[in-house]
Design a protein around this ligand. Structure first.
Ligand SMILES: Nc1ncnc2c1ncn2[C@@H]1O[C@H](COP(=O)(O)OP(=O)(O)OP(=O)(O)O)[C@@H](O)[C@H]1O
Ligand SMILES: [Mg+2]
Length: 265
């Protein structure tokens, strides 16, 4: 059994109450970049736990949406609330906000340091980092990497395979005890075994935190279960339980998108 991280909720402003069931709430989110409407009136809610997969054609705005949520894009209109707090007014600013959100990109980005140093990178205070052995083991286990690296934690992170590096990035994101995990095509360039390990890890993590995962792999979206959000042209076209969505998509755009993925040859 993989140990689950403790979720630390940010303190809420006085007098503000949040529906317990909602971790992230997005309303009317619009984003213009270089005169292009990249996001157009997005509405989305993530519950406290569980996986939501974000699918849609290239250019639909999936990565841009993740970038708005963790404050990499800041000039958007609308409302994004994490644990009931408007992220535009997050106490301590965008850097503090990012301490509550783990973001895993498509290409693993490891720092030219040891495996252990990569894991503890986001932990504040050198004393805390030095004493973090138990946490290092916990998050490496959660990322399904402990067995492969426990004997070489001081080896350079670049000596890991791509699949291992991606799991190291997941461990690094977990070490800051995020309230929300965002993954942008986390297994796009990985072999089936690494993909399977990461999917197992995502499922296990989603038991204790909300996970929003972009994928082009519709089989992966089916396997991860949870909810599916289908985006096209900067809009959320349809969202539903994964089984319902793949069996009976309601919107024409969703049906067309799913039919493109069927091989005709
Ligand atoms: N910094 C930017 N400046 C101008 N346009 C941008 C910028 N970033 C993204 N875009 C445009 O916004 C649109 C959405 O891009 P985004 O990367 O969010 O799509 P996506 O759904 O993640 O696509 P993919 O599946 O290919 O990763 C695209 O048309 C893209 O060209
Ligand atoms: Mg993208």
């Amino acid at each position: 059994m993989i140990p689950q991280p403790e979720i630390i909720k940010p303190a809420l402003p006085q007098g503000q109450s949040v529906p317990d069931s909602i971790a992230l709430q997005i309303q009317g989110l619009s984003l213009m970049l270089a005169n292009t409407q990249v996001l157009d009136g997005i509405a989305l809610e993530l519950p406290q736990t569980g996986i939501t997969t974000l699918i849609g054609p290239s250019g639909a705005g999936k990565s841009s949406l993740l970038r708005c949520i963790n404050g990499l894009h800041q000039h958007w209109q609308g409302k994004i609330e994490l644990a009931g707090q408007n992220i535009h007014h997050w106490q301590g600013g965008w850097d503090q906000l990012r301490r509550h959100i783990g973001l895993i990109a498509q290409k693993p980005c490891v720092f030219p340091q040891s495996i252990r140093s990569n894991v503890v990178f986001g932990i504040q205070g050198w004393r805390q980092r030095r004493r973090a052995d138990a946490l290092v083991e916990t998050v490496l286990r959660q990322a399904a990497l402990w067995g492969e690296v426990s004997a070489r934690l001081s080896a350079p992170a670049e000596t890991l395979s791509l699949g291992q590096q991606q799991r190291l990035c997941i461990a690094r994101a977990l070490a800051i005890k995020p309230n929300l995990l965002l993954l942008d095509e986390p297994t796009a360039s990985l072999d089936p075994r690494s993909k399977q390990l990461i999917e197992q890890s995502i499922k296990s993590l989603a038991a204790s935190m909300p996970v929003l995962c972009v994928t082009h792999d519709l089989e992966q979206a089916r396997r991860l279960k949870g909810r599916v959000v289908f985006m096209c042209d900067g809009k959320v076209i349809e969202q539903a339980d994964s089984e319902v969505f793949f069996k009976q998509p309601q919107r024409l755009e969703s049906r067309e998108f799913l039919s493109w993925s069927v091989c005709e040859c």
